[in-house]
Design a protein around this ligand. Sequence first.
Ligand code: DQA
Length: 139
Amino acid sequence: MKISIINGPNLNLIGTREPEIYGNQSLNDFLLTLQKKYSSIQFTIYQSNVEGEIINEIQKQGFDADAIIINAGAYTHTSIAIADALKSIATKKIIEVHISNVYARENYRKESFIAPVSMGVIAGFGLNSYDLAVQALMI
Ligand code: DQA
């Protein structure tokens, strides 16, 4: 199985950014451990702060990967273009993840343009949200 993990803006700063919300571990370190844990899965891991670059990665992986795990960061709540890209690809197994429980935060984080084009949403389990998404794909 090929899984593409796509991360959006400011997620490169996880580990130092707002640690009371997102914890102290770097996302990159966590995802490297995740890759080792599921060694039979072929992962591609991508992060960008730029909306168009995220769309390019969705278009690239969306015709190659079996599944996409996406944390679009704040673009989750704003980007029709990312949602349109996810609708336009062959890969239909899409899981939206969030480190924090977006439903327990500001109202503007409760809206997602990505959720309607996803199989499901996993939010609020810290970095383990990514692990849970992989497990969901293995069911
Ligand atoms: C986030 C939640 C978003 O609302 C926020 O803008 C982020 C991180 C999360 O993983 O909890 O950048 O996607």
